[in-house]
Design a binder for this molecule. Structure first.
Ligand code: SAH
Length: 243
C-alpha cells in the first residue's frame, strides 16, 4: 500500500522547508503539484515522477494522488506555505472521504506566508490576529466582508491572503474602507511580496496610504491593531511587556 504526504514547502526555497518535508519528498516516488511550487523545489526532485498541473484542478490532483497511492506509489502532494492554510490538506481529506478511498494521508506542516511576511516586517502579529483570504472564488464576498468587520471590531491584527489578482481588484479597496471604519488612517500596514524567496519586496505604510502601493497575488498584507506602531522601519505590535 502506498501513501500520500501533503507537504507544505514553506514560502520558497529550500532554506525555509522543514527537514521533515524534505525527507518526505525524498521518500516519495511521485510529486504532484502546481507548476510554480514544483519549480521551487526542483533541485531536490531528481529521479522522481513529476506531475505538474494547473491552479484550479485541486480535486483532480487529489484524486490522482489517492489513486496512485492505492496502486502502491508514495506520493507527495505539494502546497506552498502550510498545506493546512488555504492549501491542499483539506481538499485531499475531503476527496478521500467522499470517494471512500482507503489510503494513508500524512500532513507535513510548513512556514505559512503570514509567518514569513511577519518576520520580514518585524513583529506585527505579537498579539491576537486574524487571517482572512480575500478570494471569493470559494467563499461568498458577503461572508468575507462580515469577517473583516468582526476582526476589525475585535481589534485583531489582520493578515490578508489572496489580496488582489488581475481580475479581482475591488476587494482590497472595500476591505480597506471597512477597516477605516474601525481603525485610524495612520494604522501601520505591511505589504510583503515574495516573502522569504527570490524577488522579496517589503513596503511599510499605513491604512490611509496602502492602496498607493502595488499589491498582487504573490503578496500578503498585514494590518496592525490599535496599539501597533512603526519604529526604525519595523512594525511592532506590543505584547504588553513592562520594559
Ligand atoms: N498555503 C499557503 C497559502 C496559499 S493561498 C501558505 O500557507 O502560505 C495563496 C496566497 O498566499 C497568495 O495569494 C499570497 O497572498 C500568499 N502567499 C503565499 N506565499 C507567499 C509569499 N512567499 N509571500 C507573500 N505572500 C505569499
Amino acid at each position: 500500500m502506498g501513501k500520500v504526504y501533503v507537504i507544505g514547502i514553506g514560502p520558497g526555497g529550500e532554506d525555509y522547508m522543514a527537514p521533515a518535508a524534505k525527507q518526505a519528498i525524498l521518500a516519495s516516488d511521485t510529486i504532484i503539484g502546481y507548476k510554480t511550487y514544483v519549480d521551487l523545489i526542483r533541485p531536490i526532485l531528481e529521479n522522481k515522477k513529476i506531475v505538474d498541473s494547473g491552479m484550479k484542478k485541486e480535486v483532480e490532483r487529489c484524486t490522482l494522488a489517492l489513486e496512485m497511492a492505492q496502486e502502491g506509489s508514495i506520493v507527495s502532494l505539494v502546497s506552498s506555505g502550510d498545506p493546512g492554510i488555504y492549501g491542499m490538506a483539506g481538499a485531499i481529506l475531503e476527496v478521500k472521504n467522499q470517494k471512500n478511498i482507503d489510503v494513508e494521508v500524512e500532513v507535513v506542516p510548513g512556514v505559512t506566508a503570514i509567518s514569513a511576511a511577519a518576520s520580514v516586517l518585524g513583529a506585527p502579529l505579537m498579539h491576537d490576529f486574524a487571517v482572512i483570504s480575500l478570494s471569493d472564488l470559494l467563499t461568498e464576498w458577503e461572508v468575507i466582508k462580515k469577517r473583516i468587520h468582526l476582526a476589525a471590531e475585535g481589534d485583531f491584527a489582520i493578515g490578508l491572503y489572496n489580496p488582489k489578482s488581475k481580475g479581482r481588484v475591488t476587494q482590497i479597496e472595500e476591505a480597506r474602507d471597512i477597516l477605516l471604519k474601525y481603525r485610524k488612517g495612520d494604522t501601520p500596514v505591511g505589504i510583503v511580496k515574495n516573502a522569504k524567496r527570490e524577488g522579496e519586496e517589503v513596503t511599510v505604510t499605513t491604512l490611509e496610504e496602502m492602496l498607493q502601493h502595488p499589491i498582487d497575488m504573490l503578496t500578503v498584507v498585514i494590518i496592525g491593531n490599535s496599539n501597533t506602531y512603526i519604529k526604525d522601519g519595523k512594525i511592532i505590535t506590543p505584547r504588553g511587556y513592562h520594559i
